[in-house]
Design a protein around this ligand. Structure first.
Ligand SMILES: Cc1ncc(COP(=O)(O)O)c(C=O)c1O
Length: 314
């Protein structure tokens, strides 16, 4: 007997909801929409990126993959590893959420935790990438898909995320705010906008202390957005505006969103909400503003939603 046809979990990436944030914008004269990427099967926008990178690779059962991640791409690749029957090694730093690491390990990933930042730059991402290079020497057969230079990320968000936003809204948004790290998400959205001649103004929301787009290095405590080195992808794109948000404002933005809209975002989602607050007087009356919320706050319960952690760390 044939199985009843229907989607498997592998078919559920993308087509995430776009919801209007009416309560948050009460008294403001523009509409605000949120693309809820935590509806993806691994809980973040990185499911799209990982799936695109794997689909374009020649990975076979039995292969070994090694990658550095602040967490979400790690979960996404760990899922792909189960479904593709290969082994995944992920290098993380102490900023990765505990729940994220446990999720990766539950999926069978081998997690390598670095304990010291790069001695020269003081940066964790630089140290993670050095550990990836070291693992590749120890395991010469290991493949690195390199999320920092892999242009499949652009394709995933051009053909997926941004195409969906325009289709769901029924037209191009006036403004789009996107948190950045590898810049794959924002780059894919920009490519769609350029290819289709849209007038959408794109704001890259970066962490204060990140070096993306000529930022000055400084301490950052939140995982997911910002970068301590310039990823190759970021040199190929030009957002219309870059706004840097500090850790505390990101936390406040996240807490505001859950209290007004009942949406519990991760740290970068808090940053884009804080960015909307900073820019709200510049949005034209009647305009449609879209934010991408990369992940859910459930993994940040011990950190940005924990008063003691915030007092100790930020
Ligand atoms: C929570 C979160 N927000 C934002 C981003 C930035 O996405 P991108 O790497 O596509 O710039 C990431 C990437 O890991 C993320 O995990």
């Amino acid at each position: 007997m044939n199985a009843t046809p229907g989607p498997t979990i592998a078919d559920t990436i993308g087509n995430t909801p776009l919801v209007r944030l009416d309560r948050l914008t009460k008294g403001w004269d523009f509409s605000l929409w949120a693309k809820l990427e935590y509806f993806n099967p691994g809980g973040s926008a990185k499911d799209r990126t990982a799936h695109a990178m794997v689909a374009a690779s020649n990975l076979k059962p039995g292969d070994t993959v090694v990658e550095s991640s602040s967490g979400n791409l790690g979960i996404a690749l760990a899922r792909e590893a189960v479904l593709g029957d290969w082994t995944f090694h992920c290098v993380v730093d102490p900023r990765a959420n505990r729940a994220t690491i446990i999720h990766m390990e539950a999926l069978g990933a081998v997690v390598h935790r670095i304990t010291e930042p790069d001695p020269e730059t003081g940066d964790w991402l630089v140290a993670r990438r050095a550990r990836v290079a070291q693992l590749q020497q120890e395991m010469p057969e290991a493949i690195c898909l390199d999320q920092y230079s892999n242009t499949e990320a652009f394709r995933a968000h051009q053909e997926g995320t941004m195409a969906e936003i325009v289709q769901q809204l029924g037209h191009a948004p006036d403004h789009l705010l996107v948190a950045v790290s590898t810049t794959g998400t924002v780059g894919g959205c920009l490519r769609y906008i350029e290819k289709n001649g849209l007038s959408t103004q794109v704001t890259a929301v970066d962490a204060l202390g990140s070096v993306l787009f000529d930022g000055h290095p400084g301490p950052r405590h939140l995982p997911g957005f910002g970068a301590g080195m310039v990823p190759k992808l970021s040199t190929q794109i030009k957002p219309h505006r870059v706004l840097r948000v500090n850790d505390r404002d990101s936390v406040m933005g996240a807490r505001k969103l859950v209290r007004t809209e009942t949406i519990l975002p991760g740290a970068s989602g808090g940053a884009v909400i804080a960015a909307v607050d900073m820019l709200k007087d510049t949005f034209e009356p009647g305009s449609d503003v879209v934010v991408i919320l990369h992940d859910s706050g459930t993994r940040y319960i011990d950190t940005i939603y924990n008063d003691d952690w915030v007092e100790e760390n930020l």
